[in-house]
Every structure is written in structure tokens, then in C-alpha cells.
Design a protein around this ligand. Sequence first.
Ligand code: UDP
Length: 236
Amino acid sequence: MSECKYKRVMLKLSGEAMAGKNGFGIDFEVAKRIATEIKELVDMGVQVGAVIGAGNIWRGREGGGMDRATADYMGMLATCINALALQNSLEDLGIETRVQSAIEMKEIAEPYIRRRAIRHLEKGRVVIFAAGSGNPYFTTDTAAALRAAEIEAECILLAKKVDGVYDKDPNKFDDAIKFDTLDYKQVIELGLTVMDSTAITLCMDNDIPIIVFALDEAGNIRKAATGEEYGTIIDN
Ligand code: UDP
């Protein structure tokens, strides 16, 4: 098995990653598979932080005429549901996991405390950062970039449905071209929708490489972290 060149990584999972084929809710078989993959990293001695989205439950910007901030708070709460599901799946595999929430809900998750999160990581616990950044008008991509900077993660492993960044949607265009590497400025200038611009800028300002890969096959999280196989690397 290849060595991982990173000691500490931030894994960003979209909410849809938890949904399985029907695209909505949580498929526990899928959650178990993701947990098994995260375990591979933990077993290699990699410290893993994770941010999970909520597209499988609720997205603020699709809140159909609702007050945007309220819709976004609902989205943040939905990330907590996914975080608890992933925690459960990880703990079923014997991996110590802590959920830290950006919105205080102390009965079910620790509040986000940076130094405490780092301590958990040093002890080999997976830390799932829930409730995004705690602020409306942001996304979980931005939360992943922010937390990655705070915990000094060496990269973001950005799990997607497609196997990298393309110049146009490969599901719609047969002639879509995949980029092996990109720099942050190209992502912004070309208007590539791999991450929102706030998240990309944060990664650029803090020199955090983004490794984009598809979550569709078993072992892909480890392969992305070891450089064995991935789609696109976004770096300076
Ligand atoms: N959200 C937010 N602030 C944050 C992170 C998330 O308001 O810092 C809300 C926002 O409504 C967003 C939803 O939570 O649509 C779910 O996150 P996201 O859309 O990033 O999930 P993903 O697309 O990764 O599944």
C-alpha cells in the first residue's frame, strides 16, 4: 500500500455522497462504505478532519422563496444530521470520532473549539465539523476551507460525483476536457464551479491544495490521499 504524504487532511463530502442512488436522505450502506474508506486513512496514521454538506436533505439557496438566512440555518442543521450519521458509521468500525458543531447544540455535539479539535486529531480521532461555518450565505465548501486553514490541514480532499474538474459538465457534453492540474486563479477566471469562489480564494490565500476526485469506487479516498489516483489538483 502506498504511503500517504499528508499527516493531516480535510475531507469534504457533499451531502449527496450520503444519499446513495435515490439522491435524498441517508443510505446507511453508503455511509458505511465512506466510513470504511476513512478508516483506511486513519489506519495509515493520517489525521482526518471532515466537513459534510447537506444537499441530500436541504440547501439554503434552493429554499424556494424562503428568507435566505433562515433557509441557510436549516441547511446548517441538516449538515448536523449527516455528521451524526457519519459518526455512527465510523464508530461502528471502531474509529473514535467527535462531532464539533459551529452552532452550539451541546447535548449532541461538542462546540467547535479549534485547539480541542486539533487535540482530538493528534489522538487519532476523526473530527467531523458540523453546521458549516455557522454563518448563513456561506457553503460547506467554504467551511471546509476555513476549518482546513484553522487546523492546518495540508490539503483538502474534495470528493465529487465526477472524477475531476472539467471545462464543462461531462454529463452533458461528450467533448468536455478534464484538467489534471489547475491553479486557483484559473478556477476563478474560467468560472469553474468546482468550489464556490469564497472557498477557492480562502484556499489560495492559505496555500491549501485541493485534490478533486470521484467517490464512486471503493478505495478512492485513500488513492486520492496517496496520489495513487485522483482527478485534478488545484494548487498555486
Ligand atoms: N450553509 C450555510 N453556511 C455554511 C455552510 C452551509 O448557510 O457555512 C447552509 C447553506 O444553506 C447550504 C447548506 O447549508 O446550502 C448545505 O450546505 P452545501 O450546500 O454546501 O452542501 P453540499 O452541496 O456540499 O451537499
